[in-house]
Design a protein around this ligand. Structure first.
Ligand SMILES: [Zn+2]
Ligand SMILES: [Zn+2]
Length: 323
């Protein structure tokens, strides 16, 4: 093993032609193995559950309870990724420990990895957006090789990146998360929150409202299938909203492929305003026009009005535009 500027590379791995990766990227080793374990288990459960959900839906149909729980949990976890992104990654507002605990619980329930992993990956994404070193760019793989072909790149950004033999060093990108006992508690106990989100809450509501039959439908459809669909929806931000203008529009000409795309924006509660976001990464509210509907941003502003969060950051240039 050789260690070069934070990059751990196996000698003779045939990757010597790769561009030099920036620090904070781990290539192979125990941290990458641990990432694979987590990803294999969670994706195996979500995909098996999704297949089960489709078979169940075609065999027995779906009732009001299954569909309501799907919608409710989809919305809750979409808000959760908003908290993960704008609070834990970008610190676009502040709050006390009770509120932070609630935000951490909902964020982890999105079943998109721990707070530590999500924050590390996303900060690395911003620092090297669509350049070698970006964790999920449509243009470069996890080793900094150029990806040939648009469709292949979109596949990498949409989910292929999870299976790169590389990961992000949390010691480099997320020391604040490692120093926060609430964030590390939720990182350690992530599997309980995944289970709560994908199995226990949907199953419990299903059992309460319709007995055993509805419980099974809810676990498969509103738990596991919903978690998978929700992950795919969030991933549209990595693919569609980095399509270099192929989908959506570029309000700001930045040195990356980011776009604002309005369908993704609706599905993700505002995260699809991604060109605005890369231009003003710390902003709590991402809408720069009446047709840019940022529900996660409105939730933050609402929480601010209720006094539950404070020091909401909006760049002076955007604050002026809203006046
Ligand atoms: Zn991005
Ligand atoms: Zn971001």
């Amino acid at each position: 093993m050789t260690v070069v500027e934070g990059v751990v590379a196996e000698e003779g791995s045939g990757r010597s032609e790769a561009p030099k990766m920036p620090p904070g990227v781990l290539v192979e080793g125990p941290v990458v193995d641990a990432k694979f374990r987590d990803s294999y288990i969670s994706f195996a459960l979500m995909i098996a559950g999704s297949i089960g959900a489709l078979i169940w839906a075609f065999t027995y149909g779906l009732g009001r309870v299954e569909i309501s729980v799907f919608a409710g949990m989809f919305m809750l976890t979409t808000m959760g990724i908003g908290f993960m992104h704008r609070y834990f990654v970008h610190r676009s507002y502040r709050c006390g420990p009770v509120m932070r605990t609630i935000l951490a619980a909902i964020a982890t329930m999105a079943v998109q990895g721990s707070i530590l992993k999500w924050v590390s990956n996303h900060r690395r994404h911003h620092l090297h957006s669509d350049k070698p070193g970006d964790v999920h760019s449509p243009y470069y793989d996890g080793f900094g090789h150029r990806i040939d072909g648009f469709a292949k790149g979109m596949g990498h950004a949409q989910g292929g990146w999870v299976w790169d033999q590389a990961t992000t060093d949390a010691e480099y990108y997320a020391r604040d998360i490692l120093a926060d006992p609430i964030s590390t508690f939720f990182t350690r106990t992530r599997w309980y929150w995944y289970a709560l989100s994908a199995l226990i809450i949907p199953g419990g509501i299903g059992y309460a409202f319709g007995g055993m039959h509805t419980m099974i439908g809810c676990v498969l459809f509103s738990g596991l299938f919903r978690s998978y669909m929700m992950t795919m929806a969030t991933s549209l931000v990595n693919s569609v909203c980095h399509s270099d203008g192929r989908w959506g529009y570029r309000r700001y000409q930045l040195d990356d492929g980011t776009t604002n795309e309005l369908v993704t924006t609706l599905i993700t509660f505002g995260e699809g305003l991604h060109n605005n976001h890369h231009r003003f990464p710390r902003d709590a509210y991402l809408s720069h026009a009446w047709y840019e509907i940022d529900i996660n941003g409105l939730i933050i502003l609402g929480l601010g009005k209720l006094g539950l969060v404070h020091d909401i950051f909006i760049h002076p240039e955007n604050e002026r535009r809203r006046d």
